[in-house]
Ligand binder design. Structure first.
Ligand code: FRU
Length: 738
């Protein structure tokens, strides 16, 4: 009996020993549950003097921490910075598990320093007030001395970090992989990466033979499903070793094991909503056109571009060229991010006199670098825009007083013999002058107390036009939000510019270049032939642009438009019309002649072979007592876009509420899109339809409405409705555009 008892005692002791030997208990580094930070060193004011008991005043509900408190850098709001440093400890387990939350920004992180050297840094994988587990694999550092630093080095929205329960353990709490490396031999053209649009961004750094050549990119690597693929071009590294370093990922993510090299990149270029005769990027994202320049018979279009996804991010300048303003050639990406920042909007000029010293006739790009601050930088090309070299003394214009300091549009002003830059500086446009594109002098500000100020001013453009034999200056200013129908839109001012100041004529501002929802950030081509002022706008709206239902690419540009000054009967307006070159792409034309509409008139089939790329031309002449009339584009699924002329109310509205897909964003279909309409005897109509866009030009572009639509099948009927009286439709013609 005694013996048995002893055996049981021995067995128990052995099993306790076994447990502690093979599954030793965790070592707590910090649980932040006390009244102070103990031996942790506090710097700055972000972390206060003691752990937070949850959320701090003014902060959303913080959850997911354990015990009584956590390290929270929201002390004194989001505008504080600071660091918490642990006492030194020895790494004794394979993993360090902890809970992390807060903003997802490179300047807010937890870092492990082993023997004084930083070995891993982690930020919250998403922006969240709910802390989630995170694991560092520290096997290779066992036995070494280390400290942990929790850093908040940034002020502003979402700029705080939340940390709790830091524990050494032999069990990882998650399958998170930090600084995960994938190495390839560059013997093919691309590394293909799978994207899931709703996945959070992974920071991907590319190493060539172990050396980083460019800043990281943020890529939505597929986690649970693959939406589409993007190519990383590696042809120029042929024969070398290319490594992708993913800052944090999970072993279980779908896309991780499928990243591969390939000589081909197959994707569905012809997806349903891809425009036929408008510019759209070959793949990936676009927003603003980034000034366009005409050079030796070619129109260059640079554009805000994400080459690694169909949502905004990794801002670079994409590049395309055309000689006919309709067929675009996709060129290699023009300007890519560097250590100063990502590449925001700007402009390009031809430096005929070599004022900057980059070469006579060099193409010089002036753009905003978006980094810690927004600054203006130069890059130049001497091979016709194919490759750009960044100017070594960038940036050329800075002003720490401004957060929004961007979108330089530059032109040579003959009369004052200098370059003029228009720059959006929060809610005014600031003009600068320069003899050489490198040194800039502030000349004046325009905009206080005039026009619309319900958002940030962006993307200015100042240029002359002739009106009744007189030179007038036009200033375009995009604004977001604040558009006449919500979200982003472009207003304009007409006046005079003397080389220093722009003064606006008294007109009923705000005036909008386009009252539709989808024409933003447009600017004009520099040096276009025959003194033409050709404009192109981004055909989307910041309200919903990241969700529009395309996949391999997202967004395109308006049709190129020629700008002129005209009178709308009441006052001078900036009119826009499709460039004449578009007429050359009319293939077959179907004439419907002239007819009278009383109540309803339906044309069942506007085109024989309807590829959803066409133009409708007609003149609409209401009788004296017609209060309102409309025409509606419609398909067999009863999807429709209604264009309503309310003569009594003086408005022209477009209603796309039943136009097709709309659930992707609640701001897309929100009722009538309204433009002012002056009463006229007749309305000359041009309506351009291209798969997912409608562009309506009334009376030679006096009133314009550009609106995107996503119908399931092409609209093929045109239905006229008249409330009272009659409407004479004259010379209706439908041109197929190819
Ligand atoms: C306008 C804009 C610009 C900026 C760019 C960034 O749409 O916000 O002001 O330069 O987009 O992509």
């Amino acid at each position: 009996m005694k013996l048995n008892f002893n055996i049981i005692f021995c067995l128990l002791t052995f099993s306790v020993w076994m447990t502690s030997c093979f599954s030793p208990s965790d070592i707590v580094i910090a649980d932040f549950d006390g009244d102070n930070y103990g031996a942790w060193k506090i710097e700055g004011n972000a972390f206060g003097t003691a752990p937070a008991p949850g959320n701090l005043p003014g902060q959303q509900n913080v959850q997911g921490y354990t015990g009584k408190g956590l390290a929270n850098s929201f002390h004194e709001g989001e505008n504080s910075i600071g660091t918490l440093t642990s006492p030194e400890f020895t790494i004794e387990r394979d993993y360090i598990n902890f809970l992390i939350g807060g903003g997802k920004n490179i300047d807010m992180y937890m870092e492990l320093l082993v023997e004084g050297k930083s070995v891993v840094k982690s930020t919250s994988p998403i922006e969240t007030e709910t802390l989630a587990p995170f694991t560092w694999n520290v096997k290779e550092h066992i036995g070494r001395k280390a400290v942990i630093r929790i850093v908040d080095n940034r002020r502003g929205g979402w700029e705080y970090i939340l940390i709790d329960r830091i524990v050494q353990s032999n069990k990882p709490e998650t399958d998170i992989l930090v600084d995960y490396k994938l190495t390839f031999q560059a013997d093919q053209k691309y590394i293909l990466i799978q994207i899931e649009e709703n996945a959070s961004e992974t920071r991907v750094t590319v190493l060539i033979e172990g050396v980083q050549e460019a800043p990281h990119s943020d890529i939505r690597i597929a986690q649970t499903k693959i939406d589409y693929w993007v190519p990383l071009k590696i042809e120029k590294y042929k024969g070398k070793e290319v490594t992708l370093v993913l800052d944090q990922t999970r072993e279980s993510y779908t896309g991780l094991s499928r990243i591969k090299t390939s000589d081909t990149f197959d994707f569905n270029y012809n997806e349903k909503f891809r425009p036929e005769f408008h510019f759209s990027p070959q793949y990936g994202w676009t927003n603003d056109p980034n000034d366009m320049v005409y050079h030796n018979g070619t129109y260059h279009l640079f554009y805000q571009h994400n080459p690694y996804g169909s949502m905004w991010g990794n801002m670079s300048w994409g590049h395309a060229t055309t000689t006919d303003l309709k067929n675009w050639k996709h060129e290699p990406v023009g300007i890519v991010p560097d250590s100063i920042g990502t590449i925001f909007s700007g402009s390009v000029v031809i430096d005929q006199k070599n004022t900057a010293g980059f070469g006579k006739g060099a193409m010089v790009a002036i753009y905003t670098a978006h980094g810690q601050a927004q600054t203006q930088c130069l890059a130049y090309s001497t091979d016709g825009g194919i490759t750009f070299t960044k100017y070594e003394n960038n940036p050329v214009l800075t002003d720490p007083a401004y957060i929004d300091f961007r979108d330089p549009k530059v032109f040579w002003h003959q009369a004052s013999n200098q370059w003029i830059m228009s720059l959006a500086t929060t809610q005014v446009i600031t003009f600068y002058g320069s003899p050489d594109l490198k040194s800039w002098t502030r000349l004046s500000d325009f905009g206080t107390g005039i026009g619309n100020h319900n958002g940030v001013w962006e993307c200015p453009d100042l240029f002359p036009l002739t009106y009744n034999g007189q030179t007038k200056w036009v200033l375009l200013v995009s604004i977001n939000p604040g558009g006449p129908n919500g979200g982003s839109a472009t207003q304009y001012f007409i006046g005079n510019f003397d080389g220093k100041e722009f003064k606006a004529d008294p007109l009923p501002y705000p005036l909008w270049i386009d009252y539709g929802r989808d024409n933003y950030a447009g600017v004009t081509w520099d040096s276009a032939p025959d003194n033409r002022r050709i404009f192109i706008g981004w055909m989307s709206n910041w309200d919903y642009t990241n969700q529009v239902p395309t996949l391999n690419f997202r967004n395109g540009m308006t049709v190129p438009r020629e700008l002129t000054l005209a009178s709308n009967g009441n006052h001078i307006v900036l009119a826009s019309n499709p460039v004449k070159e578009i007429d050359d792409f009319r293939s077959t034309s179907h004439e419907f002649g002239s007819f009278e509409v009383t109540r309803t008139y339906r044309i069942k089939n506007i085109l024989e072979n309807n590829r959803a790329a066409y133009e409708i031309e007609m003149t609409l002449r209401p009788t004296a007592h017609t209060g309102s009339f409309s025409f509606t584009l419609e398909n067999q699924k009863s999807e429709q876009v209604v264009f309503l002329f309310d003569l009594a109310g003086g408005t022209l509205t477009v209603d796309r509420d039943q136009s097709g897909l709309k659930a992707f964003n609640e701001k897309f279909a929100t009722g009538s899109i309204e433009a002012p309409l002056t009463k006229k005897e007749a309305y000359i109509i041009r309506l351009l339809v291209d798969r997912s866009s409608t562009e309506l030009f009334v009376n030679n572009g006096e009133v314009v409405q550009t609106n995107c639509v996503f119908p399931d099948i092409p609209y093929h009927s045109l239905v006229f409705d008249v409330q009272d009286g009659t409407l004479n439709v004259e010379n209706m013609i439908v041109h197929e555009i190819k």
